[in-house]
Design a protein around this ligand. Sequence first.
Ligand code: HEM
Length: 417
Amino acid sequence: MTPNAAKAIYGSAIKNREIFRKSDFQEIGENEPGITAEKDPEVHRQIAKKLVPAFSTKALRKQEDVIHQHIDGFVAQLRRYGMTDKIEMKQWLDWLIFDIAGDMAYGRQFEQVKTRKSSTFLSTFGKVGLWGTTNQVTRRFRMLRPFIWMLIPPSVVLTVPTLLRLNRQEIRRRMSQREEIKHPDYVEQLLAKDGKADPTEDWVLAQANVFIVAGFDPMTNLISSALYYLLADKDKYGHARKEIRDEFSEYNDITGERLQTMKYLQAVIDESLRIHTNAAFGLPRVSPGYEVDGHYVPPGVTVQTCFFATTHSERYFKDARSFHPERWLPSSHPLYNARYESDDRRAFTPFSQGPRGCPGLQAGYLQGRIILAKLLWSFDMELTNKDAIDWEKDIKMFAIWIRPDLFVRVHPANGQT
Ligand code: HEM
């Protein structure tokens, strides 16, 4: 779990050494595996190259309005429903983030925040944890495979086929309605000039599956854990809220560009990514026959680091198991705390690294900043079931994180209505 081990396993190829290839861990049995599951480094490189424009700063700038439209609709709905009653924020955030993921991926309006109802897509995705865990277990106990699947409810067995079917419908809709899409969504970059899939529909579908899952799951984890940890600590919540409200006198002044200088907000995001670690299931790689932090790993042996253990270890982070955004602040910041100056930041790689590192890093940070800033500006929030939650104890990892309910009462801030 050392930073050197992570660099060796996930980092780029170096002289006299190939990269550690992906194992079959993320394969789901389709002919086209998609960018995350692709094992062949050369094929992966070609896909990644094709996706570069989709994740460029220019494309992201053009997609920023999409994020604003959705969070603005979310704020409006909270004004309507959040004041009269406490709402279950985890579900509302799932709706919001999935709405954004669908719109940024392929211009789809899921309208879950507006209708306050999960789409079939989102409710099916909710079962992916049990499906994924069962899939991994049965791969290891092949003889038991048919029996184990028989014990699982049919709706769970059908999770992935259903998601693939729904996504194929979305891709076909997206291609037939190309003229109506006003922003450069990710899928646009994968279509030929005449709007057809390039090279094939299956290939585009495989990448679109990643856009939806990767654009949704880590994001909803980030926002809900950040909100939980802030609302559970009056002082830290106060610091974050003050920073945003001091900076912006008007809601509409909140932009991605101006938010880049909000140091405390950024620290909250990074601390949430540290403590509520994504990819906690591990990212296995196959050794080309090379040393990992001083230990030779023979070719063909599967190896991985444990992101969760690393980010929760006192070896790298002081007070590792509690939430301290201060550790990420520069020494010039009034809330800087020298207690955290010996933290080893090399142990913090929430987006992984190297050729398989996350290309959505900027999109993730941008969404995180805008969503949290607009919520902090608009509302005074109260976590009404705070005493019933012990986040570290309550979260469960079944391929995706299962998180506790967050009951929140919201009051419009500064006398707004
Ligand atoms: C806080 C937000 C996010 C976190 C923490 C995160 C984290 C990660 C991590 C750890 C990986 C490596 C997975 C592996 O090695 O198997 C990854 C890959 C990826 N992420 Fe993200 N991600 C985030 C947001 C996003 C967003 C918004 C998108 C947009 C669609 C995205 C798209 C991707 C893609 C396409 C890959 C595959 C890269 C490859 O295999 O070359 N991510 N992400």
